[in-house]
Structures are given as structure tokens and as C-alpha cells.
Design a protein around this ligand. Structure first.
Ligand SMILES: Cc1cc2nc3c(=O)[nH]c(=O)nc-3n(C[C@H](O)[C@H](O)[C@H](O)COP(=O)(O)OP(=O)(O)OC[C@H]3O[C@@H](n4cnc5c(N)ncnc54)[C@H](O)[C@@H]3O)c2cc1C
Length: 367
């Protein structure tokens, strides 16, 4: 069995596909009785074996369903964010933070941290949770929240499934806009990207660094997305596009379909994702890019920069004022090999640690 990274392979003793918290609890108890690890798996979109095991794989994709009531939703852990959105949007509501890609699971991203375009204002998905139903190590189903078993609540959020299996999450909801205005702001370099992300007020914010057309360098661009009518593009905007809100949330889908068609989606993905302290981020990004050519990123690789705010999520180690720098490599034919890309990820992690940064633990960096 592999994950999206396509680098690590594990053969589980068995795969169970529970449809209820009770079935999860039984699977955890049976694994413990045999002395086997029980490792939860959402859609396996982590990239270096985080959802894989040689013990019992608890595949949560059949534990799905969403109920919307008032200003919250209760979602089973294997539900994708696409399915959550499909349930909440008819009520004009949406979770405060959505991942850029909707086809990852509620349990998987809460266990990772879950960063999205609104994370500069609203933090991670892991802190936008009201309560969790969890099957703990002995196989007992319990509920936890900031008020009930807060220690467990803190251990499972961003806990990578090591302290229990989330079976259900109660999520707060906020009002969803009907349309959004996407504004493109070209930037000179990484420092300029960080300045724009700091100074511009936007509801959703991201930045991408791409190989320049002449192949001799990199181009930098911030996307500032404004919710609601009458929004005015921020200074520096060169291009705008108005979109229905759902189309904006699902913006990655056409690219993903193309990558599947090209075979790139199935290739190894040695992804580096690090949290840098903002004052040192531009220097690390600059040094990383100076070492890199487009072949080190792969044909469909992507580089993202996202300033964010992280609230109370003890298991998510981040520096003060964090910037998520993601070098999302694809080992395409004719480009650097997966092993070379992993080595480059190791260099980035060394640079990150040298300035007090940390890794986002769903990345691919050899231990
Ligand atoms: C195309 C793509 C886009 C992505 N976009 C984003 C993004 O926008 N923001 C972001 O933060 N990350 C993103 N990620 C990174 C990250 O891999 C996922 O957030 C995370 O792995 C969730 O994916 P998943 O649901 O497939 O979980 P998995 O990869 O299956 O699991 C992730 C970890 O959580 C554990 N786990 C899974 N389910 C549970 C559960 N119910 N209870 C306890 N532990 C559990 C697993 O054991 C594993 O350690 C993206 C990954 C890909 C491939």
C-alpha cells in the first residue's frame, strides 16, 4: 500500500473499513489484542507513509456523513471537505477554514493541522473544531472538547492519529459568500510576497512562485480573494476574476483532472512543507530557490507561500508568526529523481531548523 507521496510502501496485516464508531473501536481493540499497530487512514494524501502501517490499516472512507444544525455541522471522520461543503452551502454556511484541495478528509486534516486560504485570519482547521468523537488506544469511544477531556482534545488535533482515531468532528460554521473577487498581485521576490500578505486585507490569501517563462528565474504572485459585493481590488492588483464561491473553493479540480490525464498525479510526490518564522522566511526561500531549477520541482510541481496564524494547537509545532513554505515536487520523467528531491527536502529542513522553523508533518523528509 502507498500514499500520495508514492515513496514509502507498507503491507498491512489487514485493512478494515469501519462504518461506525463501534466498528472502529472493535478494530482498535482487536489490533491491540494481537499486539499490532492500528493506523487510521483518510484518503492517504500525506506523502511519506504517515497513514501507512505494517499492522492494521483503519481505512475511514466508509465512515462518512454530515449533519448541519444551526451554526455547526457534525461530520464523520472519513467525510471529505467537498462533502462537507455540499452539505453546508445550501444553508449559506461554510467551515471557517477549507483546505485548498477539497478531496481530503475531515479526520485527516484535523490530524495534520489543516491550512487553507483563510488561515491568516482564522488559523488552522485543527483549532476550528468544537468537539471530537475519538476512539482512544484501548478501544474506548469518548467525546472530547476544550471543556471535556481537554488533554485528549489537544493530543488528537494535529496528532497524526497517534493518540486515538477521530470518528466524528463537530465543526463551527460561518456565513458563506455567494461570489468572490480573486485579485492577482505580481511581486518582485519572496520578501515582497510576505510584505503583500502582511499589508493587504483579504478574506483568502495565497501566493505561488513559478519558474519564469524564459526558464532563468522565478516569478512571484499573491492571490488576494475578497468576499462579498462591492469589494475593491487591493493596490498592486493587475488582474481580477469574479467567481461563484463554490467554483473558487473547487479551483484545483480542473488542474487535478489534467494532472491525472498526464499521469503526473500518480508519480512520486516528495513534498517539502516547512513553517518558517516570518522575519527569516524570505532569506530561506531565496536560498532554496537559488539552489533550484525547474527540473528540481518536476513538470507539475508547485511552490506556495502562506503567512498564517496558529492558535491553541499544542501538537502543531510552529515558530512565532509562521509562514508555510511548500515545495510540492513531482518526480516527473526527465526531472530530478525522487531520491534527489528527498535530499533537497532534507537541505530545506536543515535550513528551516537553523532559523527556528519546523516541518509540517505530512511532508516527505527522510528521518
Ligand atoms: C493534492 C493535495 C492537496 C493538499 N492540500 C492541503 C491543504 O490545502 N492544506 C493542508 O493543510 N494540507 C493539504 N494537503 C496535505 C495533507 O496531506 C493533508 O492535509 C492530510 O494528509 C489529509 O489528507 P487525508 O485526509 O488523505 O489524510 P491521510 O493522509 O490519510 O492521513 C493524514 C494523517 O492523519 C492520520 N489520520 C487520518 N484520519 C484520521 C482520523 N480519522 N483520526 C486520527 N488520525 C487520522 C493518519 O494516520 C495520518 O497520520 C494536501 C495534500 C494533497 C495530496
Amino acid at each position: 500500500m502507498r500514499d500520495f507521496g508514492g515513496i514509502v510502501e507498507r503491507s498491512p496485516v489487514r485493512v478494515v473499513r469501519p462504518r461506525s464508531a463501534g466498528e472502529v473501536a472493535r478494530a482498535v481493540r482487536e489490533a491491540a489484542a494481537q499486539g499490532l499497530d492500528a493506523v487510521p487512514r483518510g484518503l492517504g494524501h500525506s506523502t511519506y507513509g504517515q497513514s501507512l502501517t505494517a499492522g492494521v490499516s483503519i481505512d475511514l472512507r466508509e465512515l462518512t456523513g454530515v449533519e448541519v444544525g444551526g451554526r455547526h455541522a457534525v461530520a464523520a471522520a472519513g467525510t471529505s471537505w467537498r462533502e462537507v461543503l455540499a452539505a453546508t452551502l445550501p444553508h449559506g454556511l461554510v467551515p471557517p477554514v477549507l483546505t485548498d484541495y477539497l478531496d481530503v478528509t475531515v479526520g485527516g486534516t484535523i490530524s495534520a493541522g489543516g491550512v487553507g486560504g483563510t488561515s491568516h485570519v482564522r488559523g488552522t482547521q485543527a483549532e476550528n473544531v468544537l468537539a471530537l468523537d475519538v476512539v482512544v488506544d484501548g478501544g474506548e469511544p469518548v467525546v472530547c472538547s476544550p471543556a471535556v477531556r481537554p488533554g485528549l482534545f489537544d493530543a488528537v488535533r494535529a496528532g497524526l492519529g497517534r493518540h486515538g482515531v477521530i470518528t466524528r468532528a463537530t465543526l463551527p460554521l460561518v456565513r458563506a459568500p455567494e461570489r468572490v473577487l480573486c485579485c492577482t498581485i505580481p511581486c518582485r521576490d519572496a520578501a515582497d510576497v510576505l510584505r503583500v500578505q502582511r499589508e493587504v486585507r483579504a478574506d483568502d490569501m495565497s501566493a505561488q512562485i513559478k519558474p519564469s517563462d524564459d526558464g532563468g528565474g522565478w516569478t512571484y504572485e499573491v492571490k488576494a480573494v475578497l468576499h462579498g459585493d462591492g469589494a475593491q481590488p487591493p493596490p498592486g492588483t493587475t488582474d481580477t476574476e469574479e467567481l461563484p464561491y463554490f467554483d473558487f473553493c473547487d479551483r484545483m479540480r480542473p488542474d487535478v483532472e489534467e494532472l491525472i490525464r498526464l499521469g503526473e498525479w500518480a508519480r512520486p510526490h516528495p513534498w517539502a512543507m516547512v513553517f518558517l518564522p516570518a522575519p527569516r522566511a524570505a532569506a530561506v526561500i531565496k536560498a532554496t530557490l537559488a539552489d533550484m531549477t525547474p527540473a528540481d520541482l518536476g513538470r507539475s510541481g508547485v511552490i506556495l507561500v502562506k503567512s498564517l496564524r496558529v492558535g491553541h494547537v499544542p501538537m502543531l509545532a510552529v515558530p512565532d508568526d509562521p509562514v508555510l513554505f511548500s515545495v510540492l515536487r513531482t518526480a516527473s520523467p526527465g526531472c530530478a529523481s525522487a531520491a534527489e528531491m528527498l535530499a533537497a527536502n532534507g537541505t530545506l529542513l536543515d535550513r528551516t531548523r537553523a532559523v527556528g522553523g519546523t516541518r509540517y508533518a505530512v511532508d516527505s523528509v527522510p528521518a
